[in-house]
Design a protein around this ligand. Sequence first.
Ligand code: SF4
Ligand code: ZN
Length: 310
Amino acid sequence: MEFNITNKAVQEFRPSKEVMDPLQPYLWLHEEEVQADGKLKKVNTIFLTNRECPFKCVMCDLWRHTLDEPTPMGAIPAQIKFALDRLPKADVVKLYNSGNFFDGKAIPRYDYKSIAGLLSDYEHVIVENHPKLIGEFIPEFRDLLDGSFEVAMGLESVHPVVMPKLNKQITRENYRKASEYLVSNGIDVRAFILLNPPFLTDERENIEWCLKTVEFAFDCGASACSIIPTRDGNGIMEKLREDGEYVPPTLSALVEVFDRALSLKKGRVFVDLWDLEKFSDCDECFEARKQRLQQMNIEQKVIKNIECKC
Ligand code: SF4
Ligand SMILES: [Zn+2]
């Protein structure tokens, strides 16, 4: 069944939302990641609780941990403090807010100064943002930081049919403009890219379009690309799967994309390994293949492949 992807259609299929506490982040974690200088650094990631993103992308499930109302002033600094009190020391901090850091109803601008003050020990700060929310408030926030700054933006897919259907409301031009604006302001750019977005179901086409999207992001100035295997779980994605409009990627496709994207040598490439077992078709070699991808995320080079002999 073909139906129009509108905000309403996306919301109609949603399961219920979780009740969130505006004074607590919903998750915080400590990991390691290679930074733009090629060094492996300690990273603290804080998943902030804030007002839901006004965009309603088809594949998004980030709304589950968000608030319906604008985030109260002071809540974000309180959440950051809460997480930092529980996290070890690190070099880099990621503030991921299930939406857009520069959406003033999600992260009140009034709080920028306190946020920057809390992050003064960090050498690099990374936030996520929509390519259309670009303006002078970004360099203003950058100037409050002691360390360098990076903005991660969802490019998702540059496939000409898929891109408009995702309901992200961006074009290649929007993305390029946003990316170039950030780079010209001395801000690093990271791109989120989907493998097997909805509306593209052929495995080979998915691999090639994912790589074209990676190349486009680097061409726009990204210093890192993060490849995300598209998952269902938000209601409408299950419906699209039933209708044959979405097919989950295979682990082999993710492996091929990662190997080839790293071989481009245009910048750092990461693959998102969360819930990876969803995409595995062989229990025997899954752990070894996952470990290989983990190692490649850290080493940023292609290592010997693990053949499935099962
Ligand atoms: S812009 Fe990001 S957070 Fe907002 S709906 Fe799209 S994917 Fe989700
Ligand atoms: Zn196997």
